[in-house]
Design a binder for this molecule. Structure first.
Ligand code: SF4
Ligand code: SF4
Length: 121
């Protein structure tokens, strides 16, 4: 029994309510979101000052809502307005990946983001 199943059991929800919650949880788990927690450990090791977590969050926004303009706008807020550099400036050194507790393929995702968002060096 996983965490959610235990919580549902404790909650006193009816079986119908529990079923709706479990279905929603299953549906949500099938969305291929990048599991970045925005801990920003990676940022401390990036020699290029890339806005890694902001870029990954913007990609998740695109995955969730399918709206490229919104995702690019959010990237501007989460990366540019915080003085960080865009994904396109990543040199693929890999320093970030060694410290990511979520074991995210940061370089691969940043390359996809740079292309998807039409970023130019
Ligand atoms: S791979 Fe890219 S994002 Fe990661 S530390 Fe190197 S320059 Fe920064
Ligand atoms: S270390 Fe990993 S989980 Fe933390 S902000 Fe960076 S990419 Fe996200």
């Amino acid at each position: 029994m996983n965490f959610f199943e235990k919580e549902i059991k404790k909650s006193g929800f009816s079986s119908a309510q529990s079923s709706v919650i479990e279905t929603a949880q299953e549906e949500q788990s099938m969305i291929p979101l990048i599991p970045c927690t925005a801990c920003n450990y990676c940022a401390k090791f990036c020699p290029m000052d890339i806005g890694i977590s902001g870029s990954l969050t913007a990609k998740n926004i695109y995955t969730l809502y399918g709206n490229l303009d919104t995702a690019i706008y959010q990237e501007g807020i989460l990366v540019g307005s915080h003085g960080r550099r865009q994904a396109v400036h990543c040199t693929r050194c890999g320093a970030c990946e060694g410290v990511c507790p979520q074991h995210i393929e940061i370089r691969k995702n940043l390359a996809e983001i740079a292309e998807l968002f039409g970023q130019k060096e």
